[in-house]
Design a binder for this molecule. Structure first.
Ligand code: GAL
Length: 718
């Protein structure tokens, strides 16, 4: 009873406290903006520094008598900043309204005295026990309807008005206190905002906010019924108040895919709204400090693009080695991580507003994977230098000291449990920092991107809606959306293309090549933009599953993938696509070679004037076109209708497109990455064999050797 009264009061108060329902942004094509115009921010990350390195430290976990020693040792390793306080709400506010920030004052002062800059954080990921006890409504509710209790982290429900109120209060305290402190250079909002494995909150506040979001989007319930196809299984609603969060745990059959798509959009908008609210509080007091939040790399539920205007730098977290085998390369891959996973996130984050960095990069073994192998000696250093080559401005590592207590006590730090003995990963950070210091001296401020490299600049078009919808409705267990995207991304990097992963609101015309893989949801306006891009000389590469649905996730009332047919110069056959079971591999012939496929293959019927590049080489449709290309205006459109098993077909087709455009590319081994930044070429070897870096005669090798071993790097200046 008491609980429900609180809920009601909370809801009513929330009408005044919460920001207005976040606009449904994710699925709309926003006006096109130039990236550089996104934000005129102060120069938080001076170009001359290129990249800075820091580390997480938890003064609250160690005797105060050791703080000065620890900060001094960080500086000895060459680190330039320290990150503190993201989980310390219970220490900042041990009782409601009683704030104890003096310990952090002392830690900040000592860090600064040791020569370290300080990054502080809002502590919203870890609400204190008294808050959960007094107001259980601030806790999230999982899919099975269970309230998640105090005891770990990310149990807070950011759709709860009361929770937001408490978060705003503690953030204001912190920002007022530290907002003018010259030692503090930046703020991180929350920590990996999410509910981790519990994914979404199914509480009443979230439901009410979702309903309000839907009302704002659809206006009338009749519109919602139409766009969700609710005559199917008689899912019709009479009013918005009847709509629940789609939840498999309370449904007999799979949730309505249109409802699910909208909920995923809502969730991303809601999280972005919460980040915005926290940024607004910080900026009221923080005068000289940058603001960020640390997204999980390649995570699907939150969309960093929705926060690009609210942060000064997009940062993210990554633990490349944790026993996973997906996307890694060769027998050493599990110790090196995936160049595609890391590179894609760098290229996405950087293109959002020009500044990006990794806020958590593993220093060694982690403890939370199913199996937690050691990274290959050198791999940590390679990730750092790969980040440097990718244009990162900041790298921070989790964490300085290996903990002696808590869930992460088998997690490496820079120093071991004794607090002083450097661990191998910590020394690799020190090595990278030393090298960056050397490179700073050699940097040529006006170094222009070499023409042969600029000629292959490629935009990779990314829309979370496609990822949502493809994952919700894959139609075959062999389909992997991210795997498909990474086949293209990996192929581009093997050609040593500079890639920006861009969103629809960005300008395509800056890039000679545009790749939009599996772009399932679209509208005429986007197809018109693609067409104009090609007519003006751009080279567009589309892949399988593109254009099958409208933005609602509905098939077209017309031919298969109707809106793209004029553009690609082909239509789809009476059996538009096939997929193969289990271990069956089909064959596609291209350029005298056969390629395997199994997950998704489309049967194209080219128009006159469209060239068939590849054909199926078996099954009952042997000879049917699988890949086509055509000229249109001054450019070309290539459609790759099949998802190959190894990504080799995509790689070879892309090479043929660049060759036809007379743009020379490199032929690097898969996951041997070469990037250019500030006049430096940086090669990183994520493969399991030694390879020669393409260092031209006369170039000056600055780091590493020309022959680059697995986990090794080479840096040179031409
Ligand atoms: C991250 C998290 C950190 C820490 C780390 C351990 O995902 O943000 O707080 O838990 O994992 O590897």
């Amino acid at each position: 009873m008491l609980h429900s009264t609180r809920l009601l009061c909370g809801l009513l108060t929330g009408l005044f406290l919460l920001n207005a329902v976040p606009a449904a942004t994710a699925q709309k094509a926003a006006p096109v903006t130039k990236v550089a115009a996104a934000k005129a921010a102060p120069d938080y990350f001076p170009a001359a520094d290129m990249m800075t390195i820091g580390v997480y430290y938890y003064p609250e976990a160690w005797p105060e008598s050791q703080w000065a020693r620890d900060f001094a040792n960080m500086r000895k390793l060459g680190l330039e900043f320290v990150h503190m306080g993201e989980f310390a709400w219970g220490l900042y506010e041990p009782e409601e309204g009683k704030y104890t920030l003096d310990w952090l004052d002392r830690a900040v002062a000592l860090a600064s005295k040791a020569g370290l800059k300080v990054v502080l954080c809002t502590p919203s990921a870890t609400p204190p026990v008294w808050l959960a006890e007094n107001h259980p409504e601030i806790l999230m509710v999982d899919a099975q309807g269970r309230r998640m209790e105090h005891g770990t982290r990310q149990q807070g429900n950011w759709s709860s008005p009361l929770f937001r109120q408490y978060v705003a209060k503690i953030n204001a305290q912190l920002a007022q206190h530290f907002g003018r402190n010259p030692a503090v250079v930046g703020w991180q909002i929350d920590n990996e905002l999410s509910h981790y494995g519990r994914q979404f909150s199914y509480d009443d506040f979230s439901k009410a906010r979702f309903q309000a979001w839907l009302k704002q989007k659809y206006g009338t319930i009749a519109n919602l019924n139409r766009d969700w196809g609710n005559t199917f299984w008689s899912q019709l609603y009479q009013n918005f108040g009847q709509v629940r969060i789609p939840n498999q745990e309370e449904l007999v059959a799979t949730p309505n895919p249109h409802a699910l798509l909208d909920f995923q959009r809502f969730f991303a908008d809601e999280a972005a709204d919460y980040i915005r609210a926290q940024a607004t509080t910080l900026r009221q007091y923080a005068r000289h400090q940058w603001v960020t939040t640390n997204h999980m790399a390649n995570h699907r539920d939150l969309n960093p693009a929705l926060s690009r205007q609210d942060v000064d730098i997009t940062t993210w977290t990554t633990y490349p080695v944790h026993g996973e085998m997906f996307g890694q390369n060769g027998p050493l891959g599990f110790r090196l991580g995936s160049a595609n996973g890391l590179g894609f996130m760098h290229d996405f984050a950087r293109a959002l507003n020009g500044s990006e960095g990794i806020m958590e990069l593993q220093p060694g073994q982690v403890n939370w994977g199913d199996i937690n192998p050691q990274p290959l000696p050198g791999a940590v250093h390679m990730w750092l230098m790969h980040a440097f080559g990718s244009g990162a401005k900041l790298i921070c590592s989790y964490r300085y000291r290996q903990p002696r207590a808590g869930s992460e006590l088998y997690h490496y730090g820079f120093v071991g449990p004794d607090g002083v003995t450097p661990l191998p990963g910590g020394l690799e950070y020190a090595q990278a920092m030393q090298e960056i210091n050397q490179l700073r001296k050699l940097r040529k401020p006006n170094a222009a991107m070499p023409a042969r490299y600029a000629a292959r600049r490629t935009a990779f078009l990314y829309n979370f809606d496609n990822r949502f919808d493809l994952d919700n409705h894959p139609s075959t267990t062999r389909w992997g959306t991210l795997e498909h995207m990474f086949r293209y991304y990996g192929a581009l990097k093997a050609m040593s293309c500079p890639v920006d992963v861009i969103t629809e609101d960005q300008d395509f015309s800056r890039y000679p090549f545009l790749v939009a893989p599996a772009y399932q949801l679209l509208d005429k306006a986007l197809v018109d933009r693609w067409t104009a891009y090609v007519q003006n000389g751009g080279h567009l590469i589309l892949s399988t599953r593109t254009g099958q649905k409208d933005r609602r996730g509905m098939l077209w009332e017309g031919p298969w993938a109707a809106p793209i047919l004029d553009l690609i110069g082909a239509k789809f056959g009476e059996r538009p696509f096939d997929m193969l079971p289990g271990q069956v591999l089909g064959k596609v012939a291209f350029g005298g070679k056969n390629y395997d496929w199994g997950s998704w293959g489309e049967l194209l019927v080219p128009n006159a004037g469209t060239t068939t590049l590849a054909r199926y080489a078996d099954q009952f449709y042997t000879g049917a076109p699988a890949v086509t290309t055509r000229k249109l205006g001054k450019g070309t459109v290539t459609y790759v209708g099949v998802d190959s098993y190894l990504g080799d077909l995509e790689r070879d087709v892309l090479r043929s497109v660049y060759a036809a455009a007379n743009v020379p590319v490199e032929a690097l081994p898969d996951q041997f990455v070469v990037n250019w930044r500030d006049g430096f070429w940086v090669a990183a070897n994520f493969t399991s064999e030694t390879h020669a870096a393409p260092v031209p005669a006369g170039a000056r090798l600055l780091v590493g050797t020309r022959e680059v071993a697995p986990g090794g790097v080479a840096v040179w200046q031409e």
